[in-house]
Design a protein around this ligand. Structure first.
Ligand code: SAJ
Length: 429
C-alpha cells in the first residue's frame, strides 16, 4: 500500500489535465477534492459527468464520484497534498514577444495558502516559465510566515514543493497519464522524493528526478522542439509549392534516410501548448532564442498562406466558369479543430482560416466538422455546418484543413486534379 493512500489530495483547476489527474488518483482509492472557480464545472463533475471530451474520462469520473472518492468544490479545504493544474496562457500584449501570464497560478497559490499545514506537499503541474516553482514557494512563504518553505529551508522545510509537468496528448490522456515517464523536479531532494512516491501510485513509466528549473525547462523544451520541427515542415511545404514539388512525396522519400524524421506540414500549429510554450523561453531569453522565435513566426504565418491559396482556388474556379463571379463560388472547408479526431477548436489555425474566409470571401461558406455540433458564435452567422454529402454536392472549391479519419476514408475524386482543391494535409493523392 502506497504510504500516501490515506492522504487527502486537492487538485486545483479541473480542466484538460486537472480533471483526469483527479479522477486517476480517486480511482486508485485516494480521497480527492477537485477545486474549480467555475460553478458549472463543479456541478457537472459532482453529477458524475464531464465538461470536456476525452476518451475514457467520463467513465473514470462517474465511478470515482459514485464511490465517494472524488468531490468537486469551489474553494480549497485542508488537505495533505495540493496539485496546481491551472492554465498559463500568454498575456494579451502588443509586444512582438508575448509573455506568459502566471496570474492563475498566483491566484491558486493564494487560495491554498490559508489552509496549508506543516507536512503538506504542493505540486505545480501547469506548464510554467523557468523559476515559477521557486516563485510559488516564495508567494506561499509571504502568505504563511508561520511555516517554513524549501526555497530557504531546504530539506527541513515544513512544506514540500515540486514541479511535475504533464506530457499527455489530448485524445490519449488516460493512457499517457499512466504510461508516460514523469518528470519530477523538487525544490529539494526531499520534495522530489515525496512527489515521486506520490506519482508512483499509478504511473507505470519512470519517475525521473531532477531539480525544479530543469523540470520546467524540460516541458518547455519538448513542445518547443516539436514546434521547430513542424516549422521546418511548413517552410518546406511553401518552398515546394513555389518550385512545383509534392512536399509529401518529398518528405516520405527523405524520411527513408535512417537518421531523418521530418514531421508533416499543415495549416499552422494550434492547441494551447505547442503554439504557446516556445514563447515562455523566447520571452525569458529573447536575444538567444532566434531559431525558436523564427519557428514560431513561420508556423503563425502558415494560415495566411493557406487563406491566399484558397482565394487563388476561388479565382481559378471563376476562370474555369466565366459565367460566374466570386459571389457564386461556394467554398467548403473540411475540419476546423486544431488537430485530427478531437473536438478542441481552441487556438485552431483551421478555425482561424475559416473565420478569415468567412470575412473575406463574398460567396457561401460551408463547413464539415464531424466532431462538433455547432459552429462558434463568431462564425455561425456567416458559415453553415453541413454533412459530407451536402458539401460534396454543393462545393465549388474544397479545402482540406484537418486529417480527421472520416476525411481520410473519403475519395475526394471529383476535384482532385483540378486547381480548386486545397489540401493542407497531403491526404488526397
Ligand atoms: N502538427 C503538424 N504537423 C505534425 C504534427 C503536429 O502540423 O507533424 C500540428 C497539429 O495539427 C496541431 C499542433 O501541431 O495543430 C499540435 O499538435 P500535437 O499533436 O503535436 O500536440 P498537442 O498540442 O496535442 O500536445 C502536445 C504534446 N507535446 C509533444 O508532443 C512534444 C503533448 O505530449 C503535451 O503534453 C501537450 O502538447 C501539452 O499539454 O503540453
Amino acid at each position: 500500500m502506497n504510504k500516501f493512500k490515506s492522504s487527502k489530495i486537492s487538485v486545483v483547476g479541473l480542466g484538460y489535465i486537472g480533471l483526469p489527474t483527479a479522477a486517476m488518483f480517486a480511482s486508485i482509492g485516494f480521497n480527492v477534492m477537485g477545486v474549480d472557480i467555475n460553478k458549472k464545472v463543479v456541478d457537472t463533475i459532482n453529477s458524475g459527468k464531464i465538461h470536456i471530451i476525452e476518451p475514457g474520462l467520463e467513465e473514470l469520473v462517474k465511478s470515482a464520484v459514485s464511490d465517494g472518492n472524488l468531490l468537486a468544490c469551489l474553494e480549497p479545504e485542508v488537505s495533505d497534498i495540493f496539485l496546481i493544474s491551472v492554465p498559463t496562457p500568454l498575456e494579451s500584449t502588443y509586444d512582438d514577444v508575448p509573455k506568459p501570464d502566471v496570474s492563475y497560478i498566483k491566484n491558486a497559490i493564494t487560495s491554498i495558502a490559508g489552509v496549508l499545514k506543516k507536512g503538506d506537499l504542493v505540486i505545480l503541474e501547469s506548464t510554467s516559465p523557468v523559476g515559477t516553482t521557486e516563485q510559488i514557494s516564495k508567494w506561499m512563504s509571504i502568505e504563511r510566515p508561520d511555516l517554513t518553505f524549501p526555497h530557504y529551508s531546504g530539506e527541513s522545510a515544513d512544506i514540500s514543493v515540486a514541479h511535475c509537468p504533464e506530457r499527455v496528448l489530448p485524445g490519449k490522456v488516460i493512457n499517457e497519464l499512466i504510461n508516460n515517464d514523469r518528470i519530477i523536479g523538487g525544490l529539494s531532494s526531499r520534495c522530489s522524493r515525496r512527489a515521486s512516491d506520490l506519482f508512483k501510485s499509478f504511473v507505470k513509466g519512470e519517475c525521473i528526478i531532477t531539480n525544479a528549473r530543469t523540470a520546467e525547462m524540460a516541458k518547455l523544451t519538448e513542445n518547443t522542439c516539436r514546434d521547430v520541427q513542424i516549422a521546418f515542415a511548413n517552410e518546406l511545404s511553401v518552398i515546394c509549392d513555389k518550385i512545383e514539388i509534392d512536399v509529401w512525396e518529398l518528405i516520405s522519400i527523405a524520411n527513408r534516410h535512417p537518421r531523418i524524421n521530418i514531421l508533416q506540414p499543415g495549416p499552422g500549429v494550434g492547441g494551447h501548448c505547442i503554439a504557446v510554450d516556445p514563447w515562455f523561453i523566447v520571452s525569458q531569453v529573447p536575444n538567444d532564442s532566434q531559431l525558436i522565435k523564427t519557428a514560431r513566426e513561420v508556423n503563425d504565418k502558415k494560415p495566411t498562406w493557406v487563406v491566399n491559396k484558397i482565394k487563388l482556388a476561388a479565382e481559378n474556379y471563376v476562370n474555369e466558369h466565366p459565367e460566374k463571379n466570386l459571389h457564386d463560388v461556394t467554398i467548403v472547408i473540411y475540419g476546423v479543430t486544431f488537430k485530427a479526431n478531437i473536438d478542441d477548436i481552441r487556438e485552431s489555425p483551421s478555425l482561424e482560416i475559416a473565420e478569415r474566409i468567412s470575412d473575406e470571401h463574398p460567396g457561401p461558406l460551408l463547413i464539415v466538422e464531424p466532431n462538433i455540433k455547432e459552429l462558434p458564435k463568431n462564425i455561425a452567422h456567416k458559415a453553415k455546418l453541413v454533412s459530407m454529402k451536402t458539401a460534396e454536392d454543393l462545393g465549388d472549391v474544397e479545402v482540406l484543413l484537418v486529417d480527421h479519419h472520416e476525411f481520410m476514408q473519403q475519395k475526394f475524386t471529383r476535384r482532385i486534379a483540378s486547381k480548386t482543391f486545397v489540401d493542407t494535409r497531403g491526404i488526397v493523392q
